[in-house]
Design a protein around this ligand. Structure first.
Ligand code: C2E
Ligand code: MG
Ligand code: MG
Length: 700
């Protein structure tokens, strides 16, 4: 609770001060009184009043002197004194009183209301002054606190802070500035910030910076500065213009962070995320960015860019036979050989697996492109040495030109892909420039794919069957299911045309399921009708082989049809099992566990070695028709066929030859110990009812 105001009355008129004392006490003032100036000064020091009422004329010490003395006291300096006088129009005393430091003046007889008003006014004035003083003090304290905090922040900040005046002369820097730049406070103050200037920016950069500072009051951005030791370093810089209360710029404060480490991390990060870790070449994300940039530059200067897509031929063979580690070593070597064959400024990336992308810039004639392609082939021509083996690698290259083939980069890359597919159809090193023909081929493929999707629901597929004849008993012992597509309006589409497409699009899975179910059902009917020992074989494609549901699909087809598992044979090819040998063996074992027979189709065209063949749990070797074709006239084919037969026999496998068209071929095969034959000599693939008829008649 606030204490009441204290008033000291100094007057020799005891009647007056008693009356005043009583009256003011009633108004809640605390009042003390003294009879003369001397007493008054004494009491003042004890009582410490907020206001003094002083009689001008008193014995021992008059009011004026007492007033002067009180004012001389440290505690009295600011205490208001109201002089009281009994003399009318005593101008002299009034003047003297004010000179002595009095605040106000009243004449006797005292009008209590007037006096009280005056006291109140003076004291409330003091109060507000006190308040003001207090709040000023608080403000000052808070400013000083803030200054303390600010200087602490500047002291401890990891960002460099530099303050200049309007003319750009450095006024102050903080310790971080010294740490980062190497300039001490003393060395920096008084200099211009251009002590930090690096050669990374042109004059126009600094001009734009100053313009922004004057027009917008601040500038923020990344820039390069230079340390005292001469090293340039990147910073994130923030410069602010400081204005006075009239809006005039007085100072500039520049705060910057050293980005050296961030940049290093970023660069490493960029290198990791944009480069292929094996070859160290840009990856395909960076590649498409580089193609875009190269095209942009070419567009500006009117030059051409060639885009080359390079794919190694049969690279899988290397991985399969030598393992992935060795395969990686070859890819690394390929990357560096290709890189060494292009001129500086041209770009090379590893896109995926054995595929590389090359961008040739500033192409003037097509000869420039073909010359480089020849160099690329040349670089690969020297054999790769792996574990004392020499490996020959050939490549296929698809080429497009910007802007000739297309201006849109995505489209251009698709066209390069098409050109590569075309190049892949040729053997050995080959390249193919994009031609509009390839586009129409791609369109055809697209429409074929959509037709293929409809074909399954529209029941446009049929299974044909080609008999397999036992060369000793001369009986039909098996039959191979071969799919046929009767496309309305086009006729029969050969499987070689649509099976690869079905593989690529994934349609082979539902199609394969249909084939399995149909073949099992048909075989079950024939067996029911007396063809007891008939085996039906179904071709299994790569995608089906890898399908995680293949076992379930097989089980379902057998269960639904009621065909004994021992009557079903699966024809697989070498390429299908050579990718991941261990996994392939696992799957084949599962087939075997179901009770199925496994035949290695087109044998001799793949890369399986004898040692591999032993590993696979297969039952039948099917000699590819390409060796059978010239068997009678070509000694090397004959030798090969002989070798395969004897190898198969030795491994306890049943050997069958496909594509047997002549009696001579059949005789040769039988003589060499081949167990079975299949081919036009006996029958072309035929429709299911015809096969049933053929089976009955042939075996009779
Ligand atoms: P493949 O499994 O090696 O089938 C043998 C191919 O040779 C068949 O061609 C057959 O008609 C043909 N052929 C049979 N005997 C002779 C002959 O004496 N001389 C000649 N020149 N050719 C003969 P097709 O039916 O056109 O099948 C070609 C390939 O398409 C098949 O080769 C097989 O890989 C695939 N294919 C066929 N049907 C299916 C199927 O239902 N599923 C899967 N996944 N692939 C199939
Ligand atoms: Mg086959
Ligand atoms: Mg075959």
């Amino acid at each position: 609770m606030k204490r009441s105001w204290r008033i000291l009355i100094v007057d020799d008129d005891t009647f007056l001060w008693n009356w005043l004392k009583d009256s003011l006490s009633l108004l809640d003032y605390e009042v003390e009184a003294a009879e003369n100036g001397l007493q008054g000064i004494e009491l003042f020091q004890k009582f410490t009043p907020d206001l003094v009422l002083m009689d001008a004329m008193m014995p021992i010490m008059g009011g004026l002197e007492a007033c002067q003395q009180i004012k001389a006291l440290p505690a009295g300096k600011n205490i208001p004194i109201i002089m009281m006088t009994g003399i009318k129009e005593d101008d002299e005393t009034v003047i003297q009183s004010f000179d002595a430091g009095c605040h106000d003046f009243v004449t006797k007889p005292i009008n209590l209301t007037v006096l009280e008003r005056r006291i109140h006014t003076i004291l409330s004035g003091i109060l507000s002054e006190e308040k003001l003083a207090l709040s000023n003090r608080a403000a000052l304290e808070s400013i000083s606190d803030q200054l303390k905090i600010t200087s602490l922040v500047l002291e401890k900040a990891t960002e460099a802070v530099l303050i200049t005046d309007l003319g750009g002369t450095i006024q102050s820097v903080n310790p971080a500035f010294t740490t980062i730049t190497g300039y001490s406070f003393k060395e920096a103050v008084g200099k211009k910030p251009n002590i930090l200037r690096s050669e990374h920016h042109e004059e126009s950069f600094y001009k734009a910076l100053w313009e922004a500072l004057f027009s917008q009051g601040s500038w923020r951005g990344e820039m390069w500065n230079r340390r005292k030791n001469g090293e340039a370093f990147p910073v994130m810089q923030n410069i602010t213009a400081i204005q006075d209360k009239y809006g005039e710029i007085t100072h500039f404060v520049s705060i910057f962070t050293d980005l050296t480490n961030c940049k290093k991390n970023q660069d490493n990060q960029d290198l990791i995320t944009t480069h292929d870790p094996l070859t160290g070449l840009p990856d395909r994300h960076l590649y498409s960015e580089q193609v875009k940039q190269a095209a942009l530059r070419a567009g500006r200067n009117g030059s051409k860019v060639a885009i080359l897509l390079i794919n190694m031929n049969s690279f899988r063979r290397v991985n399969d036979s030598m393992g992935y580690l060795q395969g990686d070593a070859v890819l690394k070597e390929i990357g560096s050989r290709l890189k060494g064959s292009i001129k500086s400024g041209d770009l090379i990336s590893r896109l995926r697996g054995d595929e590389f992308g090359i961008v040739l810039v500033e192409i003037i004639t097509l000869q420039d492109v073909t010359d480089t392609i020849q160099k690329l082939f040349q670089s690969l021509s020297c054999p790769f040495i792996l574990q004392e083996h020499e490996i020959i690698i050939t490549a296929s290259i698809g080429v497009t030109l910007f802007p000739d083939d297309h201006q849109d980069i995505e489209t251009l890359l698709q066209k390069t892909d098409r050109a590569l597919s075309q190049a892949k159809e040729q053997e050995g090193n080959s390249f193919q420039f994009f031609t509009p023909d390839l586009d129409s081929q791609a369109c055809q493929r697209l429409s074929m794919e959509s037709n293929l999707r409809k074909a399954l629901t529209n029941q446009e597929f049929t299974l044909f069957y080609q008999p397999k004849v036992d060369l000793i008993s001369k009986k039909v012992v098996g039959t191979e299911a071969l799919i046929r597509w009767f496309q309305p309006g086009r006729g029969t589409v050969p499987p070689v045309e649509f099976i690869p497409l079905a593989e690529e699009s994934g349609l082979i899975i539902p199609m394969g399921n249909w084939i399995l179910n149909t073949a099992c059902q048909n075989a079950r009917e024939w067996i029911e009708n007396g063809a007891c020992s008939l085996q039906v074989s179904v071709n299994i494609s790569s995608r089906q082989f890898q399908d995680p549901f293949i076992i379930a699909t097989l089980q379902e087809a057998l269960e639904k049809s009621g065909l004994p598992a021992s009557c079903l044979e699966l024809e697989i090819t070498e390429s299908l099992v050579m990718g991941n040998v261990e996994e392939a063996i696992r799957i084949l074992r599962e087939f075997k566990d179901l009770g199925l027979k496994i035949s290695m189709d087109d044998f001799g065209t793949g890369y399986s070695s004898l040692s591999y063949l032993k590993k696979f749990p297969i039952d039948i070797l099917k000699i590819d028709q390409s060796f059978v074709r010239d068997l009678v006239h070509d000694a090397s084919d004959a030798a090969l066929v002989k070798a395969i037969i004897s190898m198969g026999n030795n491994l306890g496998l049943t050997v069958i030859a496909e594509g047997v068209e002549t009696v001579e071929q059949a005789l040769f095969l039988r003589q060499e110990g081949c167990d079975m034959a299949q081919g036009y000599l006996y029958s072309k693939p035929i429709e299911k009812n015809l096969f049933a008829q053929f089976f009955r008649e042939y075996n009779r």
